[in-house]
Design a protein around this ligand. Structure first.
Ligand code: NDP
Ligand code: HSE
Length: 426
């Protein structure tokens, strides 16, 4: 049986999960494959932190990335360090040294993916990154294999485990934002710096990667209007509930007329929608496509074991390519010119929430621009759903409300988006 030697960069939540699952599943891998893996070395930032870590006997622990990426014996490098630099430098060096790459790093894949993947293709090495989107859900393989022959028209995802955990805890357990975020950090769901999780940036990165697979279009961060969950209030969550809605951090890409409309941010979802019931660290991706209609994929979006499972599925695919001499095949070869548009700018319905006290009931009648379709009120908030209005109408409405009320917030109602073709310029 062939032994494939691997190296690991990073021994945090994900790295530790990989080591544990690799040890646990080694007997099954040897039974089902005609190769086995040997973990030769692991690079970390701070050696002192890892003195008591459980590594297979003989594994080298180092604080020098070069020990892994320059080792001629290592054929596959798993990158679980995170951040863009120095992960990018390490991966480039490993590729130039002829090693196949497996990465969980969505920041890097979203911002420098095409460049790195081209480098890997030229060097005839594999580069897989299933764990970079939705943790344990094998969504990239589904898109690049099972759905390759279908025409996808929309992807709607809950693709940040931390944000979904925080919103669920605020909604169900009535926890405050800071307490909920701390719990997500303790559980290993959040990034080392959770800013990207709560500000919608992590979900934007994942939507960019998903869109390459689903639509063949490579969006840039600047193409995706994005917002986070930091301003979501208990009043918004409670009033949404009363209106039969749930607030979720959504990532949406919708193709219309060859243009890709995208949006990342908190949105209100009717409680009857499957995505409204995706709670805690669970992620979900609802895909609309011509042949299948709507399919929804749910599962854990972060955490050691689910992420490690995605990495190990990449490891098996790479091992197989190495044994068969097939390295260099692309994970995703669908490419079309990007025609990016903002889903936030199209006419849509909004959930408006005004927090405070006073005569909140009088608000509806004071707003002539919108006939509220549904509204609720309590001692602490008033909330209503607008009909489909333009962004300009929303701005006028918000200005009017903000004159008399301090805490006014608007969230889009999911799937109320009225996409239209871009005006033709001659
Ligand atoms: P952690 O912060 O828990 O771990 C990062 C690891 O990388 C640490 O062991 C750290 O070393 C090491 N590291 C950082 N910088 C260097 C460096 N310059 N040289 C060598 N080692 C370094 O992160 P996670 O495990 O949570 O995440 C890793 C990657 O996986 C990220 O890209 C993340 O976005 C992605 N990911 C994470 C998921 C999760 O659930 N956590 C899910 C899916 C993807 P030290 O311990 O010494 O500081
Ligand atoms: N911090 C990320 C999340 C990890 O919470 O979804 C998985 O990519």
């Amino acid at each position: 049986m062939k032994t494939i030697t691997i190296g690991l960069l990073g021994l945090g939540t994900v790295g530790k999960g990989v080591v544990a699952l690799l040890q646990k599943q080694a007997p099954k891998i040897s039974r089902t494959q005609d190769f086995q893996f040997k973990l030769k070395s692991v690079a970390v930032h701070n050696l002192a932190r890892h003195q008591n870590d459980d590594l297979p006997a003989g594994t080298i622990l180092t604080d020098k990335v070069a020990t892994v990426v320059d080792d001629p014996e290592i054929q596959i490098v798993i990158e679980a360090m995170g951040t863009i630099e120095p992960a990018k430098v390490a991966i480039c060096q490993a590729i130039l040294n002829g090693k196949s790459i497996i990465s969980a790093n969505k920041d890097l894949l979203a911002t420098a993916g095409p460049e790195l993947l081209d480098l890997a293709k030229t060097a005839k090495v594999d580069f897989f990154y299933e764990a970079s989107v939705a943790g344990g859900i094998p969504i990239l393989r589904i898109l690049s294999s099972s759905l390759e022959t279908d025409q996808i028209t929309q992807i709607t995802g809950i693709i940040n485990g931390t944000a979904n955990y925080v919103l669920t805890a605020m909604d169900r357990k009535k926890q405050d934002y800071a307490t909920a975020l701390q719990a997500a950090q303790k559980l290993g769901y959040a990034e080392a710096d959770p800013t990207n999780d709560v500000q919608g940036i992590d979900a934007t990165y994942k939507l960019i990667i998903l869109s390459r697979f689903a639509f063949g279009q490579s969006l840039r961060c600047a193409d995706v209007p994005s917002q986070g969950i930091t301003a979501i209030t208990p009043a918004q969550l409670q009033s949404a509930d009363q209106l039969g809605l749930k607030i979720k951090l959504l990532a949406v890409a919708k193709e219309f007329n060859h243009q890709l409309f995208s949006f990342v941010g908190p949105a209100a979802l009717p409680a009857a929608e499957p995505l409204a019931h995706v709670n805690g660290v669970q992620n979900a991706i609802a895909i609309q496509s011509d042949a299948l209609g709507e399919t929804t994929y749910t599962g854990p979006g972060a955490g050691a074991a689910p992420t490690a499972n995605s990495i190990l599925s990449d490891l098996l695919a790479t091992g197989d390519d190495i044994v068969k001499g097939n390295c260099g095949r692309e994970f995703n070869s669908y490419r079309r010119p990007a025609r990016a548009r903002s889903l936030a700018a199209v006419p849509q319905r909004y959930l408006i929430t005004i927090a405070g006290t006073g005569n909140l009931l009088s608000i509806a009648s004071s707003v002539p621009t919108a006939q509220w379709e549904r509204q609720v009120t309590s001692n602490h908030y008033w909330s209503g759903l607008t009909p489909v209005i333009t962004q300009a109408q929303l701005n006028t409405l918000m200005k009017k409300l903000q004159k008399s009320h301090q805490q006014v917030a608007a969230l889009p109602l999911a799937n109320s988006w009225q996409t239209t073709p871009a005006p033709v310029t001659v």
